[in-house]
Design a binder for this molecule. Sequence first.
Ligand SMILES: NC(=O)c1ccc[n+]([C@@H]2O[C@H](COP(=O)([O-])OP(=O)(O)OC[C@H]3O[C@@H](n4cnc5c(N)ncnc54)[C@H](O)[C@@H]3O)[C@@H](O)[C@H]2O)c1
Length: 254
Amino acid sequence: MKVGIIGCGAIANIIASRIVPEDNGIDIKYFFDKDIERAENLASFAGGVAVLDLDKMLNDVDLVLECASPSSVKLLAPKILEKGIDMIVMSIGAFMDKEFYTKIHDIAKENNAHIHLPSGAVVGLDGIKAVADFNLEEVSLTTRKSPKSLGRDMDVEEVLFEGKASEAVKEFPLNINVAATISLACNQDINVKIIVDPKVDRNVHEITAKGDFGEFKTITMNYPCSANPKTSMLAAISAIKLLKSFNETISVGL
Ligand SMILES: NC(=O)c1ccc[n+]([C@@H]2O[C@H](COP(=O)([O-])OP(=O)(O)OC[C@H]3O[C@@H](n4cnc5c(N)ncnc54)[C@H](O)[C@@H]3O)[C@@H](O)[C@H]2O)c1
């Protein structure tokens, strides 16, 4: 499977350094970034090709892995899917725009392309998906991050946001993709609280869900990526596992 990456930052660097062709024949061949130097650096490290012209990538790949920004998804995904090319999208917040979601769904369907949204920086999505249609009464996410990862400077804990996921992704487009992922998994605009906490050095996500099945709570305490403290290691790792899983004969879990 030939893969092209859009966005050569923290996530792309982790993925490109951990995937080898022996992993189910995954060949990460092309690298595109609005900052060409980043694309060139990663391409040279991974033995791939940096491209200035996205079409050069699209003419040769089976799958595009987006790890750039929600605006890049809105700009580039229609063109990619129209060519029937599958996508893994990391900037999942883009899908909270209902109009965009419908448009992109229809384009993918018409062109027999698939969009994969990895579970990213959070655990518990298997449970959320399983119970989504069984009177899931309440789902909420509380995210706790360090001031550094939110670009703030403060000494005391503060609630930065309390409201719906759709609003959270507008206010913090690069910080709260997990809220979008959970919302999409259960088809609800979930309740989100974002706390900036000078006592933590991890990105902590706590999910609670209640419904006819009972209830559960998950807590994920992520190490941030050194290259980008907004981003958790687990986000990149989940995309690696997703890529490797495409050719599995026996799949475990959802
Ligand atoms: N799904 C999740 O759980 C999850 C977790 C963490 C991060 N993310 C998202 O994944 C994306 C990548 O995260 P990261 O930490 O690697 O970011 P990063 O800032 O380290 O790297 C992003 C790269 O994308 C490039 N870029 C941005 N917009 C572009 C565009 N329009 N065209 C081409 N290149 C562009 C930038 O120049 C940069 O090199 C972000 O949108 C982030 O919010 C998702």
